[in-house]
Design a binder for this molecule. Sequence first.
Ligand SMILES: [Zn+2]
Ligand SMILES: [Zn+2]
Length: 163
Amino acid sequence: MPVNLNILVDPDVSHFLTMELDQHLMEVFPVTNIDVLESVKLPITCWNKSRRQYNAHCLLAFAASHNSSGIVMLIFSKDAFVSGLNFVFGVASRGVGAVVSIYRLENDPGFLKKEVTHELGHVFGLEHCTLPCVMTFSNSVWEARLKSSAFCEKCSRQLKQAF
Ligand SMILES: [Zn+2]
Ligand SMILES: [Zn+2]
C-alpha cells in the first residue's frame, strides 16, 4: 500500500536541519513518497501567550487539517507543551501524523532526525520501549541525547508489520 508522508516546515526552521531527513525516513519507514512543504505559517490560535509556547496538540490538529492524504509531520521552531508537562519535543497520533519542535534540539540535524523518527514510530503504532531503542521515552534533553537513534529488533519487526 503506498503511503505518502507530507512534511510541513515553518519558515524559521533552517534548511540545514531538514536537508537529509527525507532520505532517512524513506529508509526507515514504510513510506513510498515524501513531499516537503516549507514556509508553513503556524496558527496564532495555538500559541499560549503566558507560557510562550505552542500547544502541541493544537498544532497537530492544524497539521492534520492541512493534510489531504497520507501522514503528516510538522517541524517547527518554537517551544511546545502539552497540559501537565513543562515542554515536549513533539506529539503524535497513530495513523494521522506528528509534530516536532526543534527548539531544544541544539541545532543538530542528527538530534532532529532522532525525534522525528521517534514520533513517526508512534504514528506507525509503536509504543515506548525500554530496550536501547529510539522509542525510549525521554523526559529531558539529556535523556533524549543518550537514547539510541535506531529501532531495536522488536520495534523494527513491529514496524514492518504496520502496513
Ligand atoms: Zn514518545
Ligand atoms: Zn524498541
